[in-house]
Design a binder for this molecule. Sequence first.
Ligand code: KG4
Ligand code: ZN
Length: 343
Amino acid sequence: MLVLGIESSCDETGIALYDSEAGLLSHTLHSQVAMHAEYGGVVPELASRDHIRRVVPLLRETLAQGNRSLDDVDAVAYTRGPGLAGALLVGCAFAEALALAIDKPTMPVHHLEGHLLSPLLSATPPSFPFVALLVSGGHTQLMRVTGVGEYELLGETLDDAAGEAFDKSAKLLGLPYPGGALLSKLAETGTPGVYELPRPMLHSGDLSFSFSGLKTAVLTLVREHADDMSDTFKADAARAFQEAIVEVLVKKSLKAMKQTGLKQLVVAGGVGANKQLRTTLNDEARRKRFQVYYPELEFCTDNGAMIALAGCLRLQAGTPAKPAGAFAIQPRWPLMEMSAGAK
Ligand code: KG4
Ligand code: ZN
């Protein structure tokens, strides 16, 4: 079965071909980062218009790279939500119209399910069941994943997501959009221990997170150093922020491993690209004798490959494909609604 996947939930247009036998055949991506950088963040209307511009050329390129034609496609998967409404509408309208034209069904995909399953694209994928730490720009969740569509929420953030905390702290330190990755680069040059920032909810006894206080602590630190925003200060502050957030993410993940008794941890979402998070988790996994899996770096952030994969796995798991032609997006959509046990 050959599935075409289309991602357009935010500021990346991604298209991919995933074959149930041969795996990922091809994928292309256009990032809008340069376009939004001028405005210091994603401008939704510009994002939608750019998706419109990119989607056809990217589709052609994906088909050419995969050496396939539209006739070979069995189903068109696309991100139905969550995300920016206008951006989602582009992918949805395009996918539904294309499927109608080639007389094939569609498979609407939950963006976070795509992230969650993205480590399965690796050469050495995890097997079910596993604990998933989902850390993206909009979500921070720990989940027990028993199979495709079998998700149990173990804990999540009560306020800001981890990626959001990275981005907001980066902005406070004067870094340009997109801040998270830049902050983490800067942190690598900083000295640990110069500043001490709070580890919110580290000892809450449950698997909940809260990061808005950490962001406020960065704001306070920046205000205290308003007269001395030197490169050294910024690097040390970035380091302090990263130390704090990584410690919380790692300790809560360890708690989830202990609580579930599972031996595999999957880290997915943009923050999963963070080097310090990976190094610390790898060290702990060696010590505690469990395995950690990450998506390939290029599949940590938004991409079409994870959407094609999730669509294909859903079809294989028996989720019925949809007749093409009906528009429906879901800008707000809790992942738990995708779980088999959900009402
Ligand atoms: O998963 P993703 O591409 O988009 C969402 O679905 O939200 O994640 C984007 C988030 C952003 O908040 C970005 O700052 C963060 O991932 N991010 C990072 C790194 N690379 C991307 N955060 C920390 N360290 C990184 N290296
Ligand atoms: Zn994402």
